[in-house]
Design a protein around this ligand. Structure first.
Ligand SMILES: [Zn+2]
Length: 219
């Protein structure tokens, strides 16, 4: 009887161990999934993100989408979706190119600048061409993500327009506009070298790499 008890309790021990192992296994696919949702934000891997990305549930509450792999300094990524009378833009940019630093310790001016990002983007014409379609900015959201020594802003902008069919090209005045932001707040300005833009209109996706000389994409 005593021997039976020993065998029985070691059986329980073994099953507890294998249960724990199973749980451990479950954690691994979870973290892989985060990496996968990462790659949805990577335009080089796929250029039709807006199709599989419903803008009504834009993923703001889904924190896993907020995980990032390291960004590239000098590069800003812009995804634009034009649908009926609305335009939405998602901008991912290293903090370096907005507030001049990615440090966790900010100066008073940098803190002020950070607080004013939403009102700045509400009042500035980053995409000048939208005026032809008589677009009005409706929403600006700004989120800062920290990863390791890096920080990144994720900006979401939304416009409603009288006639989006009038939009034949989109110009991006990133460095010009952000330089004025830096000047206003007396913070360091670090220009971007490249703007990776993708525009979804209807079922059509156009992508282009822009810079100061080549600053527009034709639709
Ligand atoms: Zn960085």
């Amino acid at each position: 009887m005593y021997l039976f008890k020993i065998i029985f309790s070691s059986l329980i021990l073994i099953s507890v161990c294998s249960f724990a192992q199973e749980r451990k296994m479950q954690v691994i696919p979870g973290s892989v999934q985060i990496v996968e949702s990462d790659s949805k934000h990577d335009h080089q891997k796929q250029d039709h993100k807006h199709k599989e990305h419903n803008h009504k549930d834009h993923g703001h509450k889904d924190h896993s989408r907020r995980e990032h792999k390291a960004h590239t300094h000098g590069v800003v990524k812009i995804n634009i979706a034009i649908e009926n009378s609305t335009i939405e833009a998602e901008i991912k940019v290293p903090s370096l190119h907005i507030i001049g630093t990615e440090s966790a310790k900010l100066s008073v001016n940098e803190i002020n600048a950070e607080k004013n990002i939403v009102s700045f983007f509400k009042n500035v014409e980053l995409f000048q061409i939208f005026s032809e379609a008589k677009c009005q900015i409706k929403e600006v959201e700004s989120e800062k993500d920290l990863h390791g020594d890096h920080a990144e802003f994720d900006l979401d902008l939304k416009w409603t327009c009288v006639d989006t069919n009038k939009i034949k090209k989109i110009s991006v005045l990133w460095n010009q506009v952000l330089k004025s932001f830096a000047n206003q707040h007396k913070i360091k300005f670090v220009a971007v070298e490249q703007i990776e833009i993708s525009v979804l209109k209807g079922n059509d996706v156009k992508t282009k790499k822009l810079n100061d000389k080549q600053n527009f994409i034709e639709l």
